[in-house]
Design a protein around this ligand. Structure first.
Ligand SMILES: [Zn+2]
Length: 134
């Protein structure tokens, strides 16, 4: 997936703003190219898990559809652990297998890391993120 540096910065800023709880949101895109970050509330307000707040999800999905774009990715943060899907994340993805799952880790506060994964049928495969520095 291609993603601009400024979108990564936006996700990191959201992760920092919501820490120590996990943050979450959606990323729209077209043809494998991320175009916009939409912050959502974590309905769980938890440092260990996330649920995109249903009201936010509906509003954001409507806005993405109105723009003629698609949901390219779902992002959330790991404030203390590495950017790898937890078993909870894998279970959650069962209901929504199409988007790329982006995980932003703040385990090293000085060096946030973002990785992408395809999670289908309980299997995890890394999705390469190609960063546009434009
Ligand atoms: Zn997670």
């Amino acid at each position: 997936m291609r993603i601009a540096r400024e979108l990564i910065d936006e996700i990191v800023a959201h992760a920092r703003a919501d820490a120590p709880n996990e943050c979450c949101g959606l990323v729209s895109g077209t043809d494998g190219h991320a175009t916009r970050v939409y912050r959502a509330r974590n309905a769980e307000r938890s440092p260990l898990r996330y649920t995109i707040h249903p009201t936010d999800q509906l509003r954001i999905m409507t806005e993405i559809e109105d723009r003629g774009e698609e949901i390219a990715a779902i992002y959330h943060s790991h404030t203390r652990t590495s950017p790898e899907p937890s078993q909870t994340d894998i279970n959650l993805a069962e209901n929504w297998p199409d988007p790329v799952y982006l995980i932003c880790s703040l385990a090293d506060p000085e060096a946030p890391r973002l990785r992408g994964f395809a999670i289908r049928d309980g299997r995890v495969a890394e999705v390469e993120l190609r960063v546009d520095d434009e």
